[in-house]
Design a binder for this molecule. Structure first.
Ligand SMILES: [Cu+2]
Length: 117
């Protein structure tokens, strides 16, 4: 009986893994994930593993105090998203991303980078 249940579940597990691998996830970013940069960047760019739907994909950048420092209006070009930052500021910045990939799956996540010495 136990083996029967396992056999029934296994294909779903395999499908689930294959599906997850096809979603859009963050591949790399500028500034780099976890990096420390000497000067505040003018924009944040994030590259994903899949093409994005512009209408439902956005970046949001906040400073250490939790204040929003991006100017809004995330730009999407293929699998790359970018947003302009207000000038100035040091410390740890947090980038929250939420994307809808062309396979209609939504994924989200966040990373930080540091401005300063
Ligand atoms: Cu997907």
């Amino acid at each position: 009986m136990r083996n029967v249940i396992l056999l029934a579940i296994l294909p779903q597990l395999l499908l689930g893994i294959g599906d997850a691998a096809a979603h859009a996830f963050l591949d790399h970013a500028s500034p780099r994930v976890g990096a420390t940069v000497s000067a505040a960047p003018r924009e944040v760019t994030a590259t994903f593993t899949q093409k994005l739907e512009p209408a439902f994909s956005a970046l949001r950048v906040t400073n250490a105090a939790g204040q929003r420092v991006d100017t809004g209006g995330t730009r999407v070009n293929g699998n790359v998203m970018s947003v302009t930052l207000r000038p100035g500021g040091t410390g740890t910045f947090r980038v929250d991303w939420k994307v809808l990939s062309v396979d209609t799956h939504t994924t989200e996540g966040s990373f930080t980078f540091r401005v300063g010495q």
